[in-house]
Design a protein around this ligand. Sequence first.
Ligand SMILES: Cc1ncc(COP(=O)(O)O)c(C=O)c1O
Length: 309
Amino acid sequence: MDYLHEPRIQPLFHDLLAEKKLELAILRLDEVHPLVSGNKFFKLKYNLQQAKKEGKSMILTFGGAFSNHIHATAAVSQIEGFKSIGVIRGEGTDSKNPTLAYAREKGMELHFVDRKTYREKNTYSVIEDLKQKFGDFYLIPEGGTNGLAIRGTSEILGEKTSSFTHVLTPIGTGGTFAGLAESLLPSQTLVGISVLKGEFIRKELEELMEQQEIRPQGQLQIETQFHFGGYAKWKPELIEFIQWFWQKFQIPLDPIYTGKMGYALWEKIKNDHFPSHSKILIIHTGGLQGSQGFTHRTGIELPYSFKVK
Ligand SMILES: Cc1ncc(COP(=O)(O)O)c(C=O)c1O
């Protein structure tokens, strides 16, 4: 799998940035590939190579009904010639769900499990049951996060981003944050905005980085106060921010991940979190397909239209 477009670094200009003497840019990973956008491109890349190396013909993975990871895995499996199985949390009664409709269209077989089984998805017995049912598969965990995904996300930063002092990313399962942490320079601070409610993410990330033997050279900050009530929860000010950001910069943000990061960024700029002369890079991790699901669930239209083929 290759980039269709090299990720570009797009500078953003605004009076507040000038007033605070800050530079801001956004790394447009949402543009790298039309079907496998954002961090998914990096998380899936080495996993697919590994599946091929192991001679597997089937990919099995897990996700919620509006998951970006399910969407991307379905698309990329088809491109790379794998059969794909999506184990989905909850009931499959909503036939109009755009994410699942798309996954089916891309040939993914959907297997719905109750919440208890889903919680136990990493246990031996659940995996064995899945093997009995579907046969031999290459397993990619929920959200795509594993060692190979982190190897992929550690390639997001590089020479072109070396002059930035601060890098911001949303945190879900933490695989993207861990990969960015791995390639961070001593002069850089990585700020992760958790989209989930709770402090547990700090310990989870610590464990993940320990397990992957990641010893970051720069500073790490994890922010847990921008979840808007929890995963996929929202408040009107989040949607207003996404609308404002689109009007100002013509950059689409989704309400689940990048919108929360963007909101956090702007709050932090207003509150003088960044010393003057900081050069801030925000990572657009993609996820725009989730906006269709958001509109489907809430009836709220976002200011941009997003269609994948
Ligand atoms: C668009 C988007 N951004 C950010 C993330 C968070 O990434 P991670 O799970 O690696 O923390 C996800 C979820 O995987 C996502 O879909």
